[in-house]
Design a protein. Structure first.
Length: 67
């Protein structure tokens, strides 16, 4: 996972948590839900990036084994 991807994913998670807390404090259920969704989106992007990296590593290992 590149530094840019980590930063982007973390940005979504942090911004989502901030929105969620803001929604809880102000009683704005829609804002709270938006925050939860954005946080989950950041976590999902982490999972996709990790899966992509795992597949790439597996392919690289297979290529090295054939040499």
């Amino acid at each position: 996972m590149s530094v840019e991807e980590k930063f982007d994913n973390a940005k979504d998670k942090v911004a989502g948590k901030a929105k969620e807390v803001e929604g809880k404090v102000t009683g704005d259920k829609q804002r709270e839900a938006e925050g939860k969704a954005q946080g989950l989106f950041g976590k999902a992007k982490d999972a996709v990036t990790e899966a992509k990296d795992a597949v790439k590593d597996s392919i690289d290992n297979l290529k090295n084994d054939k040499k």
